[in-house]
Structures are given as structure tokens and as C-alpha cells.
Design a binder for this molecule. Structure first.
Ligand code: LAN
Length: 728
């Protein structure tokens, strides 16, 4: 172990980067809690052998055998499952890296540094390796996400991380990164979150940070801008951020942070008027420019509220209430927290409030491990504490679709996956849920684990679908009894908006006009919940399946829900037949869901003009090799933008979409299926291609297990429709 400060003064140029011994890394899965461990002694290595999943995720040879070449879709799906089943973890779930965003490690590493948390040597080495691997070789910078263009946010923050972890300022890669940062105007041109973290670190002065007043938490609930109405991720980040901002807490200067004050700016630290840079931002970072409304509010807060009106008593009350909410978030999640941004910030808030030896600080430090992942490139921070429930639910459904659940060979694997979902269904609401503005969660599934414990509409829907499908397949046990299935359905029924659409975590609580107060600059559509075709479809299809199995239960509510949801799906279709996707890239993803929803009420190619329009949208964009490929630019611009190369995952999405739609043109679908099969490797796997997921319009995120799950489903659906014919 070495403290962060132990690296100060290291002045050698790293000609050859340090590496850890990859045969010593192990992934531990404790009821879905995934943490990586670096074994120090040979004795430990002997006692805890490396699994195939460990090797696969680390990029080491797995030794899995070559399989008989698949000639039909189901054979191909079977080969894929032969490979993928080897990656099932001991708790019954599947795991994977969940990287992509490049702004997460900085929050964590700065928090470690300022809370003087010892950073294990192996972590220090592999985080650096990851950042080197992800540095843009052309300009030397980093972007908002791994495929994005270099920005001040990415470059200033990851440069800082590298320095905190011991990289030498004169390392040629650092010199190059600094050069780019200076060309972009230096760290003063970073977005709000960069300014916040650098002020915490003591490298910027707090004057550079636009106000984050905790007093907002005292607004009465009826006020349209009260924080309880915001999208959960924004309010849970705003919460600890406002606490820290209010305290204007900064780490005392160290020799290293004094160096950073020299490196991150284009002028001397002493000559910078930090207050004048509150609104400075490089065009590369300014995806969502601040509105005149927000600028006016900020101006009033800085020039009138803070100096003349901010009353001590009120501030103290606001800090006390904010602290209370932070504490509740920690307790409700056993310190796992909602996500990778509020996690480190809550740790920092606990450190400030309760001191270095508090239980809260200790437990938070342990929980930080849940976000870290090791892969061939090094160690990164995941976008959540994993993708456990989501991937496991989808995999079960894909296997059933492909007809493989009936083959005895997969029973053990599937029962184990079912046991996992059983264990992960949330059984109780949060304590005093109204006081902390939490939506009910009894019966729900979260995206990752039960500990994290946040209801997500479509995670609940996909989870309960997987359970219902499998429990109704001959040969599978009933692990989740009816009343718990009812609980899940009750939760789904709470999540619909008046529009008929469903949002992600809660029904929409505030107006779209709140977007006028979006202060993050780098993200779009973040302030409130919106309707999403993806989430709506998942809920509708779960309810349809449920109705078939339990026709009596809340039949009227379900009927109304479905009618309104379908109305929303129809309205959300664009004139060209497409749907914009918010959680996967992009039109190929949302189209798959929307067409599934329409098909569930019998609207198909034969009967519906809108479905034919949707099919034409896809068929017109099929690439010469038979596949589809869509660039992440679609998400940013809202205009379908082809990828330079067709993508297995997106091709599978479109095959599923066309088959759901009942598209009668077999030839293009068959060509797509052949393409998917042709990319399969001899051991049954598919290789990683472009990034698959997105959030907040501008930030991409990886779903590496999609390259197994969706091809298996697409191949199975093709065989169901056209027979398991020889294709190769
Ligand atoms: C996720 C991941 C899963 C995703 C789906 C279930 C796929 C979606 O259908 C609903 C929304 C949800 C749950 C979702 C919301 C936003 C998340 C949590 C993420 C994209 C993963 C990371 C992201 C989170 C906001 C990242 C932290 C960044 C901030 C701006 C706070």
C-alpha cells in the first residue's frame, strides 16, 4: 500500500510503464457485488485459481476450445452460449466492464487523494495504464467518453489523475496532453464539474464554481423547481455537491497540487481571476450551453444572494437537511450509493462532516471498490456498480427465445441465473421513503444489485419477464411466488406518466422547462425524467406476458396502462418511421423496442402502415454487407448517422426489430443473420466492436455483453420464423 502523497517528487521519466502481473487478478462475486483483487502471495494464488471469466475479462487466453462450425442460426446461438455460459459468475449473474465515460475516475481519485485514502499499488499502476491506453494518440487528450473528441473536461481531469497517481510531468505523453489543454485554454475552460473537483483539490479557487446552493433543498415541495422533482441522478449529485460547495472545502496545498497549479493553466495561478472564469468554457465541452435564465440566476446568486442575503441560520439549516439526506442515501444503499458520481462525493461529504475515522468513511472506502474493473488496458471505473440484473434478465430471455432453455444442457446455468434474480428482487421499501423522496421499490429490480436498490422501470420489467418465462418453462422451479410477481407488477404500474410513456426511475416529477437550469454544460436532457420508448416497451411487454399468466390481477389497470403506453409509442415515432433511443445507440436500439411494443398488440407489417414505415427506415439503411452500423453521433445530433462499419450488436437489434414487426422481406433479414454468423469466432464468441450504449445524449457507455445476448436472441427469432435452415 502507498499513500497518494508517497508519489510526490518522483521525477523519473517513465520510459517503460509499470505493469501488474495479470495472472494475479481475481474477480470476486458476492451475491452480485463484484470486486477485483490482486493476490500478493503464491499461496493465495494457489488457493484461489483464476477462472475462465477472470481470464476473459482480463484479456488473457481462455483456452476455450474451437467448436464445430455453425451452419444454422440455432447452431450459432448454441455455440455462443457454449462460450458465454463459461462466463457466468458464482452468484449466477454475468458481469462485465461498464466503462465508456471518462469523467468518473477523476472524481474517485481526487476524493481518494483529498481524503488521504491509501491507494493500493496495483490500482495505482493499472489506472495509469488505462488512461495511457485511452489517450488520443493524435492530440494527446481525452474526451467525455472513450470514443469522443478530446475536451477540457476529459483532458484536464485525466491529466490530474495521472499526476496524482505518480505520472511525471515531463513524460512525453503528459507534455503532449498539457500542450492540448493549453491550446484549449487551460482548465479554466472546463465545465462546472471540472471546476468543482479542481476546487476541492485546491488547484482552483471556489470563486470559479457557479453556485450550488444547498438552500434549494429547503424550497417547499410545491415549488416547480424543488430538487425532489429533478431526475434522480441530478438531484443525488447536486446533494453532496451543494454540501461541499457550501463549506467551500478545499484540500490544503501539497507540493504536487502546487505543481498542478502551474501545469493546468495558460497563465500563472496568482494572475488568474477565478471569479471571471465561472462561465468560461471551451466549445469542445459546451454540448448544452447554459441558458440566459441560468446565467441570470447565477449572476443574482453571486452578486446579490451570496454577499448580502445569504443568512447564516438559513445556511446552517440547509446544510443540516442536506446532510440528513446524504446520510439517508448512504443508509438506504449500505454506502453503495446511486452511482459513480455521487458515491465519491458522499464519501467526501462524510469525511468533511465526520472525520477520517468514521464508520461512514470506512464503509464508503470499501464501496469504492465496487465501481472498479480490470481489463486488458488497465483499471477503469464502471458507470454503475455493475450491469448484473440487466444482463442476466436479458440473457435468460434470449436463451428462451432461441429454444435453448428446453435443452437439458443449459438447465443448471439457467436455474442458477434464476436464483440470482430471486435473490436480487427488492423486498422492502426504503425506510421513511417519503422523507428522502424515494419512489417505492418493494418488488422491483435495480439495474445492478439489490444493495444499490433503486427501482428502474425497465429493469423491473425485464427482470419479471425473465422470471415469468423461465418459471413457466417445463423443468424449471418456481423460486419467486405469485405475490412477489404481483409486487413487481404493482411497481411497474406506478411508473407511467400522464402521457402514457414510462420514464427510467420514477414518474416525471417536474416540467421540461427545468432544462433551463441545466448547469452541467456537457449533457443534454438531464434535469427531469422523460418518457422513453425503451422503458415503455419493457413495461408493456411485461404486462402483456403477465396478463396471459394471471388474467385476473388488476386487469382494468393493466388494460388502461397498455392502451395509453401504446398511444405514447405511436406518438413518439418520427415522420421517417424511426424512434430516437436514449439508452442505446440509437435509432436501431429504440426501433427494436418500439416495434416489439406494437407487435405485442398485433400491430405488424401486414396490418399497420406505421410499422411498414419503420421497416423501410431500417431496410433503406442496410449496409452492403447485410449489416447495420450506427454511429454515436446519432445520439448527439438526433439524425441517423451511419458507422463506418456494420456492427454485430446493431445488426442483431435490427433483425429483432424486423422480425417483431413481421416484416415479410426474408432476403435482407437472412443476409443480416449470415453477417452475424460470419463474424462469430471459432470458440463461439464475438469480438468487441463499437460502443453500444449512451446516456444524457452526449456520453457513451459500453455494454460488452450485448454482443452475446442480442445475437443469440436474433438468431433464435430468425429460426422460429423461417426454420433453422442451413445458412453457411
Ligand atoms: C443507466 C444504465 C441503465 C439504464 C437503462 C436501464 C438501460 C435504461 O433503460 C434506463 C436508465 C438506466 C438505468 C441508466 C440511467 C443513467 C445511468 C445510471 C446509466 C446510463 C448508467 C450510467 C448513468 C449515470 C447517470 C452515470 C453517472 C453520470 C451522471 C451524469 C450522474
Amino acid at each position: 500500500m502507498s499513500g497518494p502523497n508517497s508519489t510526490i517528487g518522483q521525477s523519473h521519466c517513465e520510459a517503460e510503464d509499470e505493469k501488474t502481473d495479470y495472472s494475479r487478478w481475481r474477480l470476486l462475486d458476492e451475491r452480485g457485488r463484484q470486486t477485483w483483487h490482486y493476490l500478493r502471495t503464491d499461496e493465495e494464488v494457489r488457493k484461489w485459481p483464476q477462472s475462465i471469466a477472470d481470464k476473459y475479462h482480463l484479456g488473457l487466453p481462455t483456452g476455450l476450445p474451437e467448436l464445430t462450425q455453425a451452419t444454422s442460426p440455432v447452431e450459432s446461438a448454441r455455440n455462443a452460449l457454449t462460450f458465454f455460459s463459461q462466463l457466468q459468475l458464482s452468484a449466477g449473474n454475468w458481469g462485465c466492464e461498464y466503462g465508456g465515460p471518462m469523467f468518473l475516475l477523476p472524481g474517485l481519485v481526487i476524493t481518494w487523494y483529498v481524503t488521504e485514502t491509501p491507494i493500493p499499488e496495483a490500482h495505482r499502476i493499472e489506472i495509469k495504464n488505462y488512461l495511457w491506453a485511452r489517450q488520443d494518440p493524435e492530440d494527446g487528450g481525452w474526451g467525455l467518453h472513450i470514443e469522443g473528441e478530446s475536451s477540457v473536461f476529459g483532458t484536464a481531469m485525466n491529466y490530474t489523475v495521472l499526476r496524482l497517481l505518480g505520472a511525471d510531468a515531463e513524460d512525453p505523453r503528459m507534455v503532449k496532453a498539457r500542450g492540448l489543454l493549453h491550446r484549449l485554454g487551460g482548465a479554466v475552460n472546463g465545465p462546472h464539474w471540472a471546476k468543482f473537483w479542481l476546487s476541492v483539490l485546491g488547484v482552483c479557487q471556489w470563486d470559479i464554481v457557479n453556485p450550488v446552493p444547498p438552500e434549494l433543498w429547503l424550497l417547499p415541495d410545491w415549488m416547480p423547481i424543488a430538487p425532489w422533482r429533478w431526475w434522480i441522478h441530478m438531484r443525488q449529485v447536486f446533494l453532496p455537491m451543494s454540501f461541499v460547495w457550501s463549506k467551500k472545502w478545499s484540500y490544503s496545498p501539497t507540493p504536487l497540487t502546487l505543481e498542478l497549479r502551474k501545469e493546468l493553466f495558460t497563465q500563472t495561478y496568482e494572475s488568474i481571476r477565478f471569479a471571471s472564469h465561472r462561465n468560461s468554457i471551451s466549445p469542445k465541452d459546451n454540448y448544452h450551453p447554459k441558458t440566459w435564465v441560468l446565467n441570470t440566476v447565477n449572476w443574482a446568486l453571486v452578486n446579490v444572494w451570496n454577499p448580502y442575503l445569504r443568512a447564516n441560520a438559513l445556511t446552517r439549516r440547509a446544510e443540516a437537511w442536506t446532510w440528513d439526506l446524504i446520510r439517508r442515501e448512504d443508509e438506504n444503499t449500505d454506502y453503495a450509493n446511486l452511482g459513480p458520481v455521487n458515491g465519491p462525493m458522499n464519501l467526501l461529504a462524510c469525511y468533511i462532516k465526520e472525520g477520517p475515522d468514521a464508520y461512514s468513511v470506512k464503509r464508503h472506502r470499501e464501496r469504492m471498490e465496487d465501481f472498479l474493473w480490470v481489463k486488458a488496458e488497465g483499471m477503469l471505473m464502471n458507470g454503475t456498480n455493475g450491469v448484473q440484473n440487466w444482463d442476466t434478465s436479458f440473457l435468460i430471455q434470449a436463451v428462451i427465445e432461441a429454444g435453448l432453455a428446453r435443452e437439458p444442457r443449459w438447465r443448471k446455468m439457467l436455474i442458477h441465473a434464476l436464483e440470482y434474480l430471486e435473490d436480487q428482487q427488492i423486498r422492502e421499501n426504503c425506510k421513511e421513503q417519503d422523507l428522502c423522496y424515494r419512489h417505492p421499490r418493494k418488488g422491483a429490480w435495480a439495474f445492478s444489485t439489490r444493495d444499490q436498490g433503486y427501482t428502474v422501470s425497465d429493469c423491473t420489467a425485464e427482470g419479471v419477464k425473465a422470471v415469468m418465462l423461465l418459471q413457466n418453462t417445463p423443468g424449471y422451479p418456481e423460486l419467486i411466488p405469485d405475490e412477489r410477481i404481483h409486487d413487481a407488477i404493482d411497481i411497474i404500474l406506478t411508473i407511467q406518466n400522464p402521457s402514457g410513456g414510462c420514464s427510467s426511475y420514477e414518474p416525471t416529477r417536474g416540467s421540461e422547462y427545468m432544462e433551463y437550469l441545466n448547469a452541467a454544460e456537457v449533457f443534454g436532457r438531464i434535469m427531469v425524467e422523460y418518457d422513453y420508448p425503451e422503458c415503455t416497451t419493457a413495461c408493456v411487454t411485461a404486462l402483456s406476458l403477465f396478463q396471459k399468466l394471471y388474467p385476473e390481477y388488476r386487469a382494468a389497470d393493466i388494460g388502461t396502462f397498455k392502451r395509453n403506453a401504446l398511444e405514447y409509442i405511436r406518438k413518439a415515432q418520427r415522420w421517417d418511421g424511426s424512434w430516437y433511443g436514449s439508452w442505446g445507440i440509437c435509432f436501431t436500439y429504440a426501433g427494436m423496442f418500439a416495434l416489439e411494443a406494437l407487435a405485442s398488440v398485433g400491430e405488424t407489417y401486414k396490418t399497420s402502415e406505421r410499422v411498414r414505415r419503420a421497416c423501410s427506415f431500417f431496410l433503406d439503411r442496410q449496409m452492403a454487407d447485410g449489416g447495420w452500423g450506427e454511429s454515436y453521433r446519432s445520439c448527439e445530433t438526433g439524425v441517423y448517422t451511419p458507422h463506418e462499419k456494420s456492427q454485430v450488436v446493431q445488426t442483431a437489434w435490427v433483425v429483432i426489430a424486423l422480425l417483431e414487426a413481421g416484416c415479410e422481406r426474408r432476403a435482407p433479414i437472412e443476409k443480416a443473420v449470415k453477417l452475424i454468423m460470419s463474424r462469430q469466432q471459432a470458440n463461439g464468441e464475438w469480438l468487441q466492436e463499437g460502443i453500444e450504449g449512451v446516456f444524457n445524449k452526449s456520453c457513451m457507455i459500453s455494454y460488452p455483453n450485448y454482443k452475446f445476448i442480442f445475437p443469440i436472441k436474433a438468431l433464435g427469432m430468425f429460426a422460429n420464423k423461417f426454420g433453422d435452415v442451413k445458412l453457411q
